[in-house]
Design a protein around this ligand. Structure first.
Ligand code: GNR
Ligand code: NI
Length: 166
């Protein structure tokens, strides 16, 4: 059975780790993917990166559907092309309670392995595009507050450290 994994909260240092590529989609990796999808749904997120559950591997899950029945899996994702710009109010399961506007590419072409280890390339727009870019940032040790001013970022950091201590 899939289980809910604990999600690291900013500014946990492990959120700064660089994720390693997955070389084979073994049964252990498949189990991790299942646990990540389960955890994303339980936490009411539209995406989750393995770094957020303290596994520094290049694995991302996304589901932007209303019905929460269309999980997308991206292993070793690579953005091949991007175009345009869009601004979205972003949130992050690792930065609970904070939402800020971030500018990102509008359309991306991403290549990855699926949960069977098969390579695919897909063009994404709108929220799917934003979410995959947000998740790939996590794989590179980056979080959305890195795009904000130092003042905003440090206010968020202080509040989350205070909440953790409480
Ligand atoms: O649940 C999430 N919502 C969200 C909203 C706007 C832009 C990106 C996201 S991803 C986030 C889940 C998460 O933290 N993924 O890393
Ligand atoms: Ni996030």
């Amino acid at each position: 059975m899939a289980k809910r994994l604990p999600i690291l909260v900013y500014p946990h240092p492990n959120l700064r780790k660089t994720a390693m590529p997955v070389d084979h989609v073994t049964p252990d990796i498949s189990d991790l993917v299942d646990d990540m999808v389960f955890t994303m749904y339980e936490a009411n997120g539209i995406g989750l990166a393995a770094v957020q559950v303290d596994r520094p591997l290049q694995i991302v899950v996304v589901d932007t559907s209303e019905s929460k029945d269309s999980p997308q899996v991206y292993i070793n994702p690579l953005i091949e092309e991007s175009s345009g710009l869009q601004t979205t109010e972003e949130g992050c399961l690792s930065i609970p309670g904070f939402f800020e506007e971030v500018e990102r590419a509008e359309v991306i072409q991403v290549t990855a392995l699926d949960r069977n280890g098969e390579s695919f390339t897909r063009e994404l727009g709108g929220l799917d595009s934003v979410c995959v870019q947000h998740e790939i940032d996590h794989l590179n040790g980056k979080v959305f507050v890195d795009y904000l001013s130092r003042v905003k970022r440090s206010r968020i950091r202080k509040k989350l450290l205070k909440a953790k201590a409480a």
